[in-house]
Design a protein around this ligand. Structure first.
Ligand code: DAK
Length: 259
């Protein structure tokens, strides 16, 4: 089925795909349909060998202003349980290829959580990050209390989650939430540049490296080091390891096949 609320572009030359959230009138509020389309697109791109990195953006005014409050307002706890939106978020979390969020304008609530599910964030100087769920009588439900705290530390996370204050792109940069901040007209091209730089590496090594970095969030140091070591050994079974090291010895750029 052709998606209605997202736009998908492929840049064949750089092996970078781009998914744009496209509900501009609602500031890209994350309706169930949008989230399902996003999950399906990411899953399809994850299985497409011609794609090595993915850029996820909204538009200049909003990355996403959160879950769709109009859709959620009348729901009961049992509705929420039956809809099981977490399954969609979990599927997005499992994407193996690197995903880079290009954030401009509002990244709020589920929008901030979605950006934090990505592996890197490039922000325009107009970006505003926030977890304002507290202002509508709830709290973050898709990782906001956990990923935000790990990224920016307890003091700022508490303040954002308990008061709903938005932080600027510059504050987000200082706090370690985003990788870089650019002028408005450059955030997308910068995200593509970063994605293309990752896409030049061995896709297999990139996937295993991503998996290993993420392991740091839910393991002890010993477990994480063990996991890292296994992936490191495993890469010596790849053509890309042979090619990468041979190319270095021959003083030429490597040509990675992902095998
Ligand atoms: N949902 C639905 N519509 C939204 C929206 C949202 N989150 N945010 C904005 N809109 C709509 C507005 O209603 C308005 O539509 P009309 O009224 O014109 O029809 C349109 O977008 C433009 O918004 P504004 O007129 O308000 O624009 P302003 O520039 O004046 O203000 C704003 C922009 C972003 C400051 C404001 O719209 C705002 O405060 N929006 C709500 C932000 C917010 O509270 N976000 C958190 C939502 S709760 C879960 C996973 C995740 C979540 C829940 C469950 N599971 C896995 C179960 C996440 C929850 C949330 O994100």
């Amino acid at each position: 089925m052709t998606p209605e609320l997202i736009i998908i572009h492929h840049q064949a030359q750089t092996h970078v795909a781009h998914i744009q959230l496209n509900r501009p009138k609602e500031l890209n509020a994350l309706s169930l349909q949008l989230l399902q389309e996003l999950r399906d697109a990411l899953t399809a791109l994850d299985g497409d060998d011609s794609v090595r990195a993915i850029v996820l953006s909204g538009n200049d005014k909003a990355f996403a202003a959160g879950a769709d409050i109009k859709q959620m307002a009348g729901r009961t706890a049992i509705d929420m349980y039956n809809i099981d939106q977490f399954a969609t978020w979990d599927a997005i979390k499992k994407i193996k290829k690197p995903v880079i969020a290009a954030v401009s304008g509002f990244a709020l609530g589920g929008g901030c959580e979605l950006a934090m599910l990505c592996d890197m964030i490039v922000a325009s100087e107009t970006a505003r990050f926030g977890q304002p769920e507290i202002k509508i009588g709830v709290m973050p439900g898709a990782g906001g209390t956990q990923r935000l705290t790990r990224a920016v530390g307890k003091a700022l996370a508490m303040e954002m989650v308990l008061t709903g204050r938005f932080i600027t792109a510059e504050e987000a940069l200082k706090a370690g939430l985003v990788n870089r901040v650019t002028p408005l007209e450059l955030y997308l091209s910068e995200a593509f540049r970063l994605a293309a730089a990752v896409a030049e590496m061995s896709p297999l090594a990139v996937k295993m490296a991503k998996e290993s970095v993420l392991k740091a969030f839910d393991s002890t140091l010993e477990e994480g080091l063990h996991f890292e070591r296994k992936n490191f050994y495993l890469l010596f079974a790849s053509d890309d390891q042979k090619e990468g090291m041979q190319a270095f010895l021959e003083k030429r750029p490597p040509v990675f096949s992902g095998k």
